[in-house]
Design a protein around this ligand. Structure first.
Ligand SMILES: Cc1cc2nc3c(=O)[nH]c(=O)nc-3n(C[C@H](O)[C@H](O)[C@H](O)COP(=O)(O)O)c2cc1C
Length: 226
């Protein structure tokens, strides 16, 4: 399974023999590109009709999953949503920062990689725009020169669960996440929400020609978590 953030990369992954391609939009947490999920998903789904395409980036609830499936996705990949689960190996303070975020306080930045001692020119990670990020924006060279000190400070922040001073990768969908839940219960809730929305929308289509167009794509058996 290869995750792609451009159409060209998705095509090359398919040509190279990937079994599944993930179309990952910029809304997502962690390393992402600059294309938004909505157009990228459609571009990749249209271009690769013969292999499963999974959609990622900005999806955190049943409506988002249903939306991706209606776009033609064979499944979805959720990252940020699962950070706010009991099982995620992150400090509670980080999980609470996701719950508290309204989704507008993330930024694409090289700072998380520079601070981790990684050199990935041109790669950006979506991260919480907190005091740590604010301190180093535009000062990446200085950050490199102070790496030991900064890494110690990051480790201390992590140990203390200090969300202001840590490097917290998260997507814009943090704004949709309202609670820290057990992962298993979360999966069941999301599946039930998604199915309810798809059924409701399918029912709406009866006798309504505009939505009737969408109805021809609604095939709950095909979408049923294969
Ligand atoms: C903390 C964190 C770490 C991640 N690490 C990786 C990684 O190592 N490799 C990768 O392909 N994607 C990574 N991602 C991106 C996810 O695979 C996924 O594309 C993204 O989380 C989807 O968007 P969402 O966060 O809005 O659900 C990471 C995401 C997060 C939040």
């Amino acid at each position: 399974m290869h995750q792609a953030d451009t159409l060209d990369e998705a095509k090359r992954a398919a040509e190279a023999g990937a079994d599944i391609v993930v179309a990952q939009g910029t809304e997502g947490g962690g390393h992402v590109g600059v294309m938004a999920t909505l157009p990228l998903a459609r571009l990749v789904i249209r271009a690769l009709p013969n292999i499963p395409v999974i959609v990622a980036g900005g999806i955190a609830d049943g409506a988002g999953i249903a939306g991706a499936l209606v776009l033609g996705a064979d499944g979805v990949l959720l990252g940020t949503r699962f950070l706010a689960t009991d099982e995620a190996p992150f400090p509670d303070g980080y999980k609470r920062a996701i719950v508290e975020s309204d989704g507008h306080n993330t930024i694409l930045s090289q700072i998380p990689d520079v601070a981790a001692g990684q050199v990935w020119p041109g790669a950006y990670a979506r991260v919480l725009r907190n005091a740590f990020i604010e301190e180093w924006i535009g000062r990446e060279g200085e950050l490199r020169r102070n790496l030991n000190e900064v890494r110690q400070s990051l480790q201390a922040a992590r140990a203390a669960g200090d969300a202001k001073r840590g490097s917290l990768l998260m997507g814009q969908d943090a704004g949709l996440i309202d609670s820290i839940e057990p992962a298993g219960a979360l999966v069941e809730r999301l599946a039930a929400e998604t199915e309810a929305i798809l059924r409701e929308r399918g029912a709406l289509a009866v006798g309504q020609p505009v939505i009737g167009v969408a109805e021809s794509h609604l095939d709950l058996e095909r979408w049923h978590w294969r």
